[in-house]
Ligand binder design. Structure first.
Ligand code: NAD
Length: 519
């Protein structure tokens, strides 16, 4: 709590500002090593999704503030990139310990703004922490290559070097994990970093920035601005920014990819999903149904790797009633309440959108076998709750299939054979994740081999790779050519310099100019 209050101040209202209670705290900017109050006149409200009470205000940073943040990153780049890899490593070694020490505090900040359960929020921090731990291996990850004696007296070697100022634009659904996919990987390579958290969940990111400062990151190596489109456009256009990491919806991701690339920046853009869980009749039934229910409804379905689409193959179609029964046992409550399995959606608009997609399924002829739209949560009547919902008899042309729902809704399709299931998954434009449930190795191999999706689980419902690998969403779920974290993350945040050197003995000195192309 002390950490949180250190980052917020209660500011008196000034004339011309929107009319907020002066007791509502404000989220600061982080510029040049200082947590500063924005001078903007435009503020956005942050609501607790379980109550819809306004809990804080976040500024839309002014152009001058964004410039100051970018200039701070530019100024710090030279000394940070010249700081030894061992020293940068030490900063991140201290950082991972500080994150561990503060995991409960970080999780609380997530739950109050994002809505997910406390246990799930700890998982959110933990998966980000693993990326920080991976970043601590920078002394191995950043090694170059050498080939001695490439010709007589000549050696060639490569360095991996930082790019300059890099930037990250984050979504609301993982307030710790996704920012931690971004700035630790960028900074440990020697880049400085400009981050724009989701305007809906900024507090956890601010706490993470404070901890990074406590770990010894020099002033200006990380700067944080807040806002929406103007902040995003600023990042896409600022000439000092060399690379942008984006995670969020397709609408924003395609736009940022195109605008950033047009301005000559590297962009990696992780976007939306429709993840299919293919259930074979030979699967371990109990295990599979539990995995499906957990992966469809955990975090109220607001995960890009949520298993939102079940494909029941052959006789597995008979498992639907049991799937529904298990789902009914889930408890919907505010995320900080004991025993809650899933919390609210992020906003009333998100709830309305999810409910209308459920209705579209009904209107198009699917069957609503479990309807969570009218769920009531005692004591939290104003929250954005939708209970677990299952729609069966869904076909590929229905809107509830073609659109990402991003809520606690499992849609169920049927397929006669494994080949039919593979065809269905491969026809869907998204390629983030998929899972197959089977006890047959040959079936699993065929699926993993033929399915055109970047991340595949075999009896693993949410196959998000650990950070020694990379997050390899594909097709409509990704734009760019190098993925987040792992080896690809290092590649994204570095460029290669190749040195070819010749040290000849005195008596081997060239006696006349060599005008032909050296071979
Ligand atoms: P979002 O696209 O609305 O917001 C993400 C970021 O982009 C925010 O910082 C926001 O300020 C900015 N933004 C929003 N709309 C914009 C626009 N029109 N132009 C420019 N910038 C804009 O996404 P969200 O609702 O915060 O997150 C949910 C989405 O993120 C889902 O589609 C989910 O699948 C996706 N997601 C993907 C991954 C992945 O790794 N593939 C991970 C998490 C979330």
């Amino acid at each position: 709590a002390a950490l949180r209050s250190a980052l917020r101040t209660k500011v008196p209202l000034r004339a011309g500002q929107m009319c907020y209670s002066s007791s509502v705290p404000t989220v600061k900017l982080f510029i040049d090593g200082k947590f500063v109050e924005s001078k903007t006149s435009e503020w956005l409200e942050i609501h607790n999704p379980a109550t819809n009470e306004v809990i804080a205000r976040v500024p839309k940073a002014t152009h001058e503030e964004m410039l100051a943040a970018a200039e701070s990153c530019s100024r710090s780049f030279h000394s940070w990139s010249e700081t030894s890899a061992l020293t940068r490593q030490q900063v991140f070694l201290r950082y991972q310990q500080l994150i561990k020490d503060n995991i409960k505090e970080l999780a609380k900040a997530i739950t109050v703004e994002q809505g997910k359960t406390l246990a799930d929020a700890e998982g959110d921090v933990f998966r980000g922490l693993q990326v920080v731990e991976h970043a601590c291996s920078i002394t191995s990850l950043m090694l170059g290559e050498t080939l001695p004696s490439i010709t007589k007296d000549m050696d060639t070697y490569t360095y991996r070097l930082p790019l300059g100022v890099c930037a990250g634009i984050a979504p609301f659904n993982f307030p710790a994990m996704i920012p931690l996919w971004m700035f630790p990987m960028g900074m440990v390579c020697g880049n400085t970093y400009l981050l724009k958290p989701s305007e809906r969940v900024p507090t956890c990111t601010m706490l993470l920035a404070k901890l990074l400062q406590d770990a010894g990151a020099p002033d200006g190596t990380l700067n944080i601005i807040h806002g929406q489109h103007d902040a995003v456009n600023f990042i896409c256009d600022h000439p000092a920014i060399k690379a942008i990491s984006f995670v969020g919806s397709n609408q924003a991701g395609e736009y940022i990819y195109e605008r950033g690339s047009r301005n000559g920046k590297r962009v990696q853009s992780n976007m939306g999903a429709k993840n299919h869980g293919v259930v074979m009749p030979d699967a371990n039934k109990e295990n599979t149904l539990n995995q499906l229910v957990g992966a469809a409804f955990g975090a109220a379905g607001q995960r890009c790797m949520a298993l939102s689409t079940a494909v029941l193959v052959g006789e597995a179609r008979n498992w639907l009633p049991e799937l529904v029964e298990r789902t009914k046992a889930l408890r919907v409550n505010a995320g900080d309440q004991p025993g809650a399995d899933l919390g609210p959606l992020i906003s009333p608009q998100a709830k309305e959108r999810v409910c209308s997609l459920i209705q579209s399924g009904v209107d198009e002829g699917a069957k609503l076998v479990l309807d969570g739209r009218n769920v009531k949560v005692k004591g939290y009547e104003n929250g954005n709750f939708v209970g677990p919902t299952i729609i069966s008899g869904v076909t590929p042309e229905m809107k509830c299939y073609t659109e990402e729902i991003f809520g606690p809704v499992l849609i169920v399709l049927e397929a006669d054979t494994l080949d039919d299931a593979i065809r269905l998954v491969n026809k869907n434009p998204y390629g983030n994740g998929t899972a197959i449930f089977t006890t047959n190795g040959a079936t699993a191999r065929k699926y993993t081999h033929e399915v055109d999706v970047g991340q595949v689980g075999v009896n693993v419902p949410i196959p998000v790779p650990l950070p020694m690998f990379s997050f390899t969403g594909s097709r409509g779920s990704f734009r760019g050519d190098t993925n987040f974290y792992g080896k690809q993350g290092i590649q994204f945040y570095t460029q290669i310099k190749t040195v070819t050197s010749q040290w000849k003995a005195e008596d081997a000195t060239l006696k006349s100019p060599a005008v032909t192309m050296p071979t």
